[in-house]
Design a binder for this molecule. Structure first.
Ligand code: PSV
Ligand code: MN
Ligand code: MN
Length: 431
């Protein structure tokens, strides 16, 4: 595997921190052993953990007010892959990239595939985009795409999704994520049932083009850009559509796409119970679809989501395999640093959930011991598993402290030289 940061630098970084890490790891091993837990099993599980990177996350996101690009932002999909390569090199937790079309469209998918393989990266689900008009596009999505009143516009949106499947096939992807912003801004603007009927009709056209070993992830979102009634606004609608479409259609839960205080972990439990939990877009938020770094606002919620995932895995076995992806927008941080931290925060929640004593929890639940049930979760959540995460990275060839190692490498400064900013760069790192 070719590395973007000199392997000697990473080794030097690790050598400085390794003795302290070992001491922390040994201390934690002792704490866990007293609870009957084997740290080695947890570290091995942490090493297996993987979350996909959003190609659009390596550029500064921006808001509808402004975008403040950083130095050395990637200008095309190949440069985005370089940044993803660095993230994976140092974290060893992000072995695939989720592309977004047409932002990441290339005329040379085999070159892209080869480049990715060189960094040890593969391709996760591809994302379609019918929430913007592209230059030269025949029919506008101003009033909707898959739900448009106009048959030609709907056909164009379906054709774009089918093209995404074709592009994904060339890259080795196995899934298509469909998020549409379609909806109404005013009461009465849409016949609410009619819009969903048109959505389903269009979605059937996409589903029919899915290869047998692919999944179609239906991503719901409460509001924005539609401010009154979004067609696929909630998990209920997403679930109903996935049921209607067939077994390859599943629901995708983006943590930022719910009303404040929604019990997202319960949505996860419901979707898992009925075999329709397709995957996640991890991020965090305080107010709406803030797209903040995973675990930065409500790490307990993230833990509770993984607690449900651990329960589902125990019940359903290896067949339970939802796709994990990050979906964040970085405005005030270096996107590479945010994505490295976020991957580790999601991994942290997975390891903490694995610490829950499920047998004890079951007993507390069966005896209606609410207090001890809650404590069983809290004990796992309060355990600082940082040493497990760092040891997993070290053993997998990554960096003990990815952000420190990245900063010391001068990668961003070199990228700034190699990638001079272009005027008029737009959001999502797209130029
Ligand atoms: C929409 O808010 C979303 O979460 C969808 O996943 C999009 O594909 C992504 O953000 C990028 O705009
Ligand atoms: Mn999303
Ligand atoms: Mn979103």
């Amino acid at each position: 595997m070719s590395t973007l940061i000199d392997a000697g630098r990473v080794a030097e970084h690790n050598a400085k921190l390794q003795a302290n890490l070992q001491a922390d790891y040994d201390a934690l091993a002792g704490v866990l052993a007293r609870r009957g837990q084997d740290i080695e099993k947890l570290t091995a599980a942490a090493q297996r953990f993987a979350v996909a990177l959003p190609s659009w996350g390596v550029g500064t996101g921006g808001t509808r007010f402004a975008r403040f690009p950083g130095k050395g932002e990637p200008r095309n999909v190949f440069e985005k892959m370089e940044d993803c390569g660095v993230i994976h090199q140092l974290t060893r937790a992000t072995p695939s990239v989720s592309l977004h079309f047409p932002w990441d469209k290339t005329t040379d998918p085999s070159a892209l595939r080869q480049q990715a393989e060189g960094y040890g990266l593969g391709f996760d689900a591809v994302n379609s985009n019918t929430f913007q008009d592209q230059q030269g596009q025949e029919h506008s999505y101003k009033y909707g795409s898959l739900t448009s009143q106009d048959a030609a516009t709907r056909a164009q949106a379906v054709a774009h999704n089918i093209e995404c499947i074709e592009l994904g096939k060339a890259l080795g992807s196995k899934g298509l994520t469909v998020w549409v912003g379609d909806g109404a801004n005013f009461p009465g603007q849409h016949n609410l049932r009619g819009a969903l009927e048109r959505y389903l009709d269009s979605a059937r056209g996409i589903y029919a083009a899915l290869p047998d070993d692919w999944q179609m992830y239906i991503e719901h979102k409460l509001f924005e850009p539609a401010f009154y009634a979004t067609t696929i606004a909630d998990w209920g609608t997403s679930f109903a559509c996935a049921q209607q479409l067939g077994p390859k259609a599943k629901c995708l839960v983006d943590l930022g796409h719910h009303a404040p205080n929604t019990n997202i972990e319960m949505i996860v439990a419901r979707l898992a119970q009925f075999g329709k939990l397709g995957g996640f877009h991890f991020n965090d938020s305080k107010y709406g679809d803030d797209d903040l770094d995973s675990g930065s606002i409500n790490p307990f919620q993230l833990f509770l989501v993984f607690n449900e995932l651990a329960d589902a895995e125990q019940r359903d076995g290896a067949g339970f395999n939802p796709a994990y992806m990050l979906d964040q927008s970085h405005n005030v941080t270096d996107p590479i640093e945010s994505l490295m931290n976020s991957a580790a925060e999601v991994q942290r929640a997975a390891v903490q959930a694995a610490l829950v004593d499920r047998a004890a929890l079951k007993q507390y639940q069966e005896s209606n011991d609410a207090l001890q049930s809650a404590q069983a979760l809290k004990q796992a959540y309060r355990t600082d598993v940082s040493a497990i995460l760092a040891m997993a990275r070290l053993r997998s060839g990554g960096a003990i402290d990815p952000v420190a190692c990245y900063r010391a490498s001068g990668y961003r400064e070199k990228a700034a030289e190699a990638r001079p900013a272009k005027a008029g760069a737009s959001s999502s790192g797209i130029v």
